[in-house]
Design a protein around this ligand. Structure first.
Ligand SMILES: [Zn+2]
Length: 191
């Protein structure tokens, strides 16, 4: 897992994963969180310094993310939701449409997608949707929107150059001040 050439410095963002409502085990979460960091680090030079806890106590910086084995409070039927920096959610097993170049773990995709919203990104749902600032980056660049991380409901994970700029700019507000470290540590599982 290397950062894309030129995408430095690496922005490291504290991320607490809350599992009180989840049935995902440490064995499930290891590869999910590794893929989450790979999606962001390899393309955008952003990674997450993760701790995993059953506690409901939020961080005072960074982002808080919750998995649930049931429905997301206030958003039943959704795979994931971004409400605020300290209220970001995914169901344990999101249901996503396949694409040419899919993620390995749908849960990693939904996690990475919702964190994309936290980093200032809008949906890349092509017309007739009006979710995009006009037009969508994927349409403007002639890409398959389904392959994009910010497309709703697919296994795509691509980030375009303009999205990377937006996310990196936002990341500087929440990232750790130390920019000498070139990657994030492995997730810390709290007892
Ligand atoms: Zn979304």
């Amino acid at each position: 897992m290397g950062a894309a050439p030129g995408v430095t410095p690496v922005h490291r963002i504290p991320l607490r994963i809350h599992t009180a409502k989840s049935e995902l085990t440490e064995a499930d979460l290891g590869p999910i969180l590794a893929e989450l960091n790979s999606i962001w680090f390899s393309q955008a030079g952003i990674c997450f310094e993760i701790d995993v806890t059953s506690s409901e106590t939020d961080l005072t910086d960074g982002f808080d993310f919750r998995y649930t084995s049931g429905q997301i409070p206030g958003a039943s039927g959704s795979n994931g939701v971004y409400m605020s920096a300290h209220s970001i959610w995914s169901i344990d097993r999101p249901r996503l449409n396949d694409v040419m170049t899919p993620v390995t773990h749908p849960t990693a995709r939904t996690t990475a997608h919702e964190l994309g919203h936290a980093l200032g990104l809008a949906h890349e749902n092509p017309p007739p949707s009006n979710d995009c600032a006009s037009p969508c980056h994927c349409v403007e660049l002639g890409d398959d929107c389904d392959e994009y991380l910010m497309r709703s409901g697919t296994k795509g994970f691509h980030l375009s150059k303009p999205e990377i700029e937006i996310a990196r700019t936002r990341a500087t507000r929440v990232a750790l001040a130390d920019q000498t470290t070139s990657q994030c540590a492995a997730p810390v599982f709290m007892p």
